[in-house]
Design a binder for this molecule. Sequence first.
Ligand code: 5HM
Length: 213
Amino acid sequence: MTTTAAVRQTRSIFLGGPFKALVDTDGAMDTRARARFEALIEGLEAAGYQVHNAHRRESWGAKFLTPDECTRLDYDEIAASSVFIAFPGHPASPGTHIEIGWASAMGKPIVLLLEEGRDYAFLVRGLHTVADVTYLTVGDTGSLTADVLDAVRRLAGQPTEPPPRAPDSAPASLRPGPHPRRAFFAAGRGDQGSPLPERAGSPAVTGPGPAQA
Ligand code: 5HM
């Protein structure tokens, strides 16, 4: 079995988002953004998914790779992943927008994590017209990891060695649901997010929100 095949079998996920602008001159990443990435990585790995993430790989900014090194690695890891997840960022993350373009061109299912009340590029808002995109809103409710897991389970299926199944009494947001792929979920509102019609409309991201990861 090739390495790439092995990676695919474990249901690998690529997690992207703003990086360079969040690292200070001492090589330390913004603590709030780092914690958000760490929580997502921990949740995905606990559920049995392999997670590719440059922020962790590059020691949260303390050990940046060169542009030639990280570009090739990110491209190959996205190609080997079952699902691509990213914070497009506000302000927009240049590297993440390139990765979103790669992932959509590769035909990967995409989960975009959007901040309430922020404006995003037309091509991010309209990406669902040409790619399989699930938009999730990032809120302060702490349900982001559960919402992401829910989306990933629908898009990638269960990992090869799944963890013990959640009991039927578990909250719906922790169990695979029948949501349409291009649904828009509001964090904290669980299954009550407004579904988007296929190939019509943009994610409505309104209201005040905290700074983007
Ligand atoms: O432009 P920005 O740094 O925000 O781009 C972030 C995205 O580029 C991340 O999703 C990460 O996968 C990738 N990246 C990387 O792999 C970015 C940088 C620094 O720009 C890096 N390694 N050193």
